[in-house]
Design a protein. Structure first.
Length: 327
């Protein structure tokens, strides 16, 4: 049995190197749109037909807004659709991909001119409050579904986010053998397409938080579970658990409004902004900041300047410029 156009599209994206999380999001968003348009996505691309125009796209946009989705979520839908229509164009199933023009006209203005559509940046003092909040919280409180509070784990998670600037999925995929507390090193997985450098540094505060967590982990970990971060029952955290853990505590200290604009939300990606901004404010060079974030090389100079051989110097700079939270 041949695959439907949606599965064929996702396979095409996989061949182009998209991350697993992006593939999941694109499949969900495109499927939602095709169902909204009452289009059969189980037929192969050879028999597939889809007609769209600005009026249909505007109606779909209005439908999403009536669901009271965040602007970033709506943008995500149309990013997936743009890639999908580009795929249809390549295989001669549409004459033009109208999504980029539509996005420029209907989705970009608010993001361009409204500061509430920039991610929230909290102060060092507020970050200190957030990171210590789990230690003031009772264990085993329900966060969402099967996620419960684990003070030592949640404290360690926030320290890792703040002190490495790593992305949510990079943190979730850390294995127990990926950390070296004696040397203050953490390795993240290289199979994430967005990251070039896989080495992260941690300071004494983070090492202390991890030692506290590892003591708890040793008592609950299930056999053959190689992942660092676990649930209260000793299982591996699922893909959205870090988001819910972060927003749970952020809401407690008053920095997360789930229904507000992007600037009133505090999600795991906000740690990455805090990490970068505070290293810059402390005087770290742009090249070192990019290396620590794992940014892809941009120009010839980035390609030829092989900073990975200077990681000892970068670690020294990191320890000098990374803010101490005095926890």
């Amino acid at each position: 049995m041949s695959e439907g156009v949606l599965d064929e599209f996702i396979f095409d994206c996989k061949c182009r190197g998209y991350t697993k999380r992006t593939l999941e999001t694109y499949k969900s968003n495109v499927r939602y749109y095709l169902r909204h348009e009452k289009v059969d996505f189980n037929q192969s691309i050879d028999n597939f037909e889809l007609y769209t125009n600005f009026e249909k796209l505007k109606k779909f946009l209005d439908h999403l807004k009536k669901r009271k989705l965040a602007n970033s979520t709506i943008n995500g839908y149309f990013a997936a659709l743009s890639t999908f229509f580009d795929y249809l164009y390549v295989f001669h199933k549409t004459d033009i991909n109208e999504i980029p023009i539509f996005r420029r006209r209907y989705l970009r203005q608010k993001k361009r001119y409204n500061n509430t559509e920039r991610r929230q940046l909290i102060s060092i003092e507020k970050m200190q409050e957030l990171i210590t909040e789990p230690l003031r919280t009772q264990e085993n409180l329900l966060i969402r579904n099967f996620i419960r509070t684990v003070p030592a784990r949640d404290h360690a998670i926030f320290m890792l986010f703040a002190k490495t600037g790593a992305r949510k999925e990079e943190i979730r995929h850390i294995e127990i053998d990926d950390i070296d507390l004696d040397k203050g090193l953490v390795w993240v997985k290289s199979h994430f397409a967005k990251r070039s450098n896989c080495l992260c540094f941690i300071d004494d505060e983070t090492i202390q938080a991890l030692r506290l967590y590892l003591k708890w982990r040793s008592a609950v970990v299930r056999p053959d579970n190689k992942y660092l971060l676990l649930t209260h029952t000793g299982c591996r955290l699922q893909k959205d658990d870090l988001y819910y853990i972060t927003t749970y505590y952020a809401k407690i200290i008053g920095i997360h409004n789930r229904l507000g604009p992007l600037g009133e939300k505090f999600t795991p990606h906000c740690f990455r902004h805090w990490f970068t901004t505070n290293l810059r404010r402390s005087g770290m060079s742009r090249e070192y900041r990019k290396w620590l974030r794992g940014d892809a090389p941009e120009g010839a100079d980035d390609w030829y300047d092989q900073l990975q051989y200077e990681w000892g110097e970068i670690k020294t700079a990191y320890l000098k410029h990374m803010p101490t939270l005095k926890i």
